[in-house]
Design a protein around this ligand. Sequence first.
Ligand code: AMP
Length: 628
Amino acid sequence: MSSSKIVGIDLGTTNSLISIVEGGQPIAIPSAEGDYLFPSVVGFSRSGERLVGSVAKRQAISNPERTIISVKRHMGTDFRFTCDEKSHSPQEISAMILQKVKADAEAYLGFPVEKAVITVPAYFNDSERQATKDAGAIAGLEVVRIINEPTASCLAYGLDKTEKQETVLVWDLGGGTFDVSVLDLGGGVFQVKATAGNNRLGGDDWDQRIMDWLVEEFKKQFQIDLRTDRVAMQRLKEASEQAKIRLSQETSTHIKLPFIAADASGPKHLDVELSRSKFQELTHDLVEKTVEPALTALEDAGMSKSEIDKVLLVGGSTRMPAIQDKVRSLFGIEPSKEIDPDKVVALGAAVQGAVLSGEVKDMVLLDVTSLSLGIETVGGVFTKLIERNTQIPVAKTRVFTTAADGQTVVEVHVLQGERELAAHNKSLGRFELRNIPPAPRGVPQIEVTFDIDVNGIVNVAAKDLATNNKQKIVIQSPTNLTQEEINAMVKDAAIYAEEDAKRRTESQARNKANIELDTAERQLRELGEQMSFEQQKRLRDAIERLRGSLQTYDTEKIKEDTKVLQDAMYAVSTEAYMSVGGEKAREAAEKSGFAPTARAAAGGGGEAGAEGGAEEPSDQDLFGWFQQ
Ligand code: AMP
């Protein structure tokens, strides 16, 4: 058999799975232990041995401090897992899971597994997707594509489908995440119309409710708080999950944990009965939490419930009767569960792999962005370039301008999210475009381009249209890096994070001070004669003061003196424009602190020092954007 095959991997919060297309059909590949589910658990034994999968899950009971579960929840964050003075990033931990999955699959298939499609929740942002790619690279896999889990599910279901057009809602409730997607299927085309979800809701939460209940029951009976005993809690967690799973079949279940605690009177055993109805009462609100994302997805897709032809149940937690009842009552149709809900995502990923390797033909896959993308503009406002649920791959361009006279630097701050203010969204990165020829504010044209590739990875570029000077955020393809390089980069980012942030603040303050000095000097030259003596003196004093503080490394003082200078300029421009431009110009001047040029009347001044106005675009030329 050839090793040009591309496997599909569902790197799950609770469990991971690997699948491959054989004879035109996707099949799940079992682990060395003979199970299809590879628990996404990594542990370190006391002798320093690395344990991955079911052995790690088992030792978690006796060794909870040396075990990491649900690492997927930390992907894309600077979380570190420390054991034996060694610290690991989420990427490294996930890579350990992927290495086990890869090795077991190779042993089963009898050929090397080199290329993979890996799935992520639709709500994963750019850094979470990138971290997933990095994990693959560290594990020695070429990640040929990252696809959304609900999209993979549709691929698994769509493989043998007819030409009929259908609108499908994918309801994916796994161990740690909940995703709802609305898709149009038919004729080999899968179009994701909308996605919504909650990446903090999953089967683990249902387990937790049973655990909490067990702890309370035990306390009532024996006055012992099991929460203080991590080993006991780990046993409780296992037992809770098992009880939950049994309750999907049975109407009542026995939970027995002998020797769970002891006091002076001897060992204590947990032995209780949990009915399905009690369980449903304990978890009623969790079921209700699934409704809102479902309705959001429908609304975003511009559809009503009655337009949904099919609901696919994906993820182990959809086996719970209460979830199936909720889906039935919401949509008024019987949900599809023909494909094992645990396997469906991995099977779909394998189908995508087969499409990419050329094994399966005639299938087109359209995907959408799950969050809006844009940049920070004046006043800390988030200006979107790509709305959520836009089909990818996509590139969008929009022209911005400077906020201050003589501004030679703009900072492009890239963000992802849905909130109005930049500070409330997820920052993806920043970069500066320098050497813009000095010109009045509003004149330079800075073209910002967002490019999202098939993996959902974002590239952002800014170009000064006058000089063709360009800067961009290049997200290096992690597959070109060696494992050591990736490890070193991850480590460095953590070590230097604070220092970098300090430097950035310093340089921003200096840049801004220099820009303000330029502007103030021009104001003196050009408007000096019209100024009163007091105004001139105030401006000159403020200039001197700021020059003085620029000789120091006192960032706070530089900022303070910049503000004093801005206030002095503001007083001048307000007065000047009061006399010529009336109320509107005064308002603009008040906002900006500078004399607005005719073209930049919509722009504000200040904070971001870049990128056009916070208000509605008033000038097509200036703010126009087009789709490439
Ligand atoms: P997944 O992320 O799709 O592997 O889903 C794992 C989650 O599904 C875990 O929380 C499991 O406890 C849960 N699960 C698996 N089987 C069942 C079942 N029969 N009933 C309820 N939950 C289940």
